[in-house]
Design a binder for this molecule. Sequence first.
Ligand code: WT7
Length: 652
Amino acid sequence: MKKEIFKPSREFAKDARIKNMCEYQELMDAATDDYEGFWGGFAKEKIDWIEPFKNVMDESNFPFVKWFEGGKLNVSTQCIDRHLGSRKNKAAILFEGDRGDKQSITYLELYYNVNRFANLLKNDFGVKKGDRVVIYMPMIPEAAYAMLACARIGAIHSIVFGGFSAEALRDRVQDANAKVVITADGAYRKSKPYMLKPVVDEAIKGETPVEKVLVVKRNNEKIEWHEGRDFSYDELIKDQPIECEPEPMDAEDPLFLLYTSGSTGKPKGVQHNQAGYILWAQMTMEWVFDVKENDTYWCTADIGWITGHTYIVYGPLAMGATTVMFEGVPTYPDAGRAWKMVQDYKISQFYTAPTAIRVLHNMGEHEPLKYDLSSLKVLGTVGEPIDPPAWEWYHEEVGGGRCPIVDTYWQTETGGHVISPLPGATPIKPGCATLPLPGIMAEIVDKDGNKKEPGDTGFLCITRPWPSMIRGIWGDEDRFIKSYFGDVKQNGRGVYFTGDGANYDEDGYITITGRTDDVINVSGHRMGTAEVEAALAKEDEVAEVAVVGRPHPIKGESIFAYVVMKHSLEESRFDSYEAIEKEMNEIIKKEIGNIALCDHIVFVPGLPKTRSGKIMRRILRSIAKGEEITQDISTLEDPSIVAKIAALAKEK
Ligand code: WT7
């Protein structure tokens, strides 16, 4: 079936940074003809260098690649200081709290707030260049100040999403060997206070590398205080000098770590470095959202994820935009909250996840009509493929049929968008991420690197290093090489494999078909099935467990767990299966957090295994979907188990 095509309007295209497909192609050709010239040119033009770089790219130690060596810069200067000339009184951050409280922070105010924060970390906390600082914060402006303050003094921040449990926080603090944690007492959600500081207390109990905890006041709820370890931000910030000299950073010094899930083992600390990351964050902001000087841009992500890093804080500020930061949820107090904010702030670019679009759609088909959304120019989505009904609703009801939708495909590891429409140039097709951005050599290939024909699903790879690519997994070189460069080879060299499958259509457009590994995507959150399994296996009644994703109408995927118990229910310490299910989800809450709760747990007599003991997840995925099993099961150790599991799963 040929998909409907929506062309950018002339009106929009005329003022866009990239105005048509010829301009797109020219940029693509420029990158193909002279890759280093292409990137070197943009790096010179876009970055405020303290010292110029000598070399564009060095891939002699591939996959450990260096960009813009010899160059020195400071990312906080790029995001703040250089705007003080023409934009000092422009709003950098517009904050809206859950309960409707508002703050507008100009670039000049941001400058002072970040400098003071940087001085606090440097002088009072003794944080030095290269030290790791964990940020466990709600969506409040101080979280952005904390990130930029780290960048200013050369500390490496590692943000842990506020929904992660104490155990998950502990693992990340320890892996990064962080000596400082920045947190808040808590914040508000749906008008009610929730807490973060107690989670930090729990996470750093006993042996820990953490020496000091900085606590921002947000909800003023009562918290425990550990004298000598805990410090009040509100007290300490008052006396800080308002100027802090930015640390001149090498282009390849680390900027931040962000832990994300892989198909095996514990979460990996994805490392991004200074120059390449900030360059692409800024360029993609300009190209993909096409934000103009007087626009107001809103991305609904959380700073705990890469989207929050690149497209709430670093990208918008690097280009001197006004970025909205929202503490609450878009469905509270009602389904109109997000649209009311679009109306009130006159939002020009709105960027959210398909999950959120489906939730808002479900709550009210014509809800957006109640608001004046005429300020909108570009709509964006990210995190998972967007299904046609959600796309159409977003396009018609929210965008009034006027606004291009940029379906941005990227990952924590890519630092910024890699495949996306350009709003003034690319004809779009619903549910399709379209084409690689200029400079990104994305290809769909087989495992030997041969390009796939239209319609054939293959591995989505990026065949040349690009500036904002992941630089490593913190403390684990081997895992970095194996995770990303071990599966697909081209001309004898490993190429970056995203972990996603994809196919070309007859126009060469790329449609993402989803992960090919044991990573699932629940409400746009990436989850390793291995992590969930490891958590569930902590229940002592559990003999074996296998976790798969099951398609879910709102969340994209939900978590489906198959559990083999050590004893029969009668012999166990539980009196019902419901009680075990409850206990297992309690364990998930404790080990990972609410985002990993299992929607379905089914108790089975065994798992489908090959004779060598490998669990056949493909079969479990089919059963979870309610599909007929058509795969060959004769190689299983016990083929009869499949029918038994399917019968039990049917009830779920
Ligand atoms: C995975 C990355 C990148 C920010 C949010 C998630 C999936 C992401 C799309 C899209 C289809 C998408 C992929 C990818 N994904 N964007 N537009 N269409 N799938 O970051 O947690 O690193 O997850 O999200 O499967 O590998 P992340």
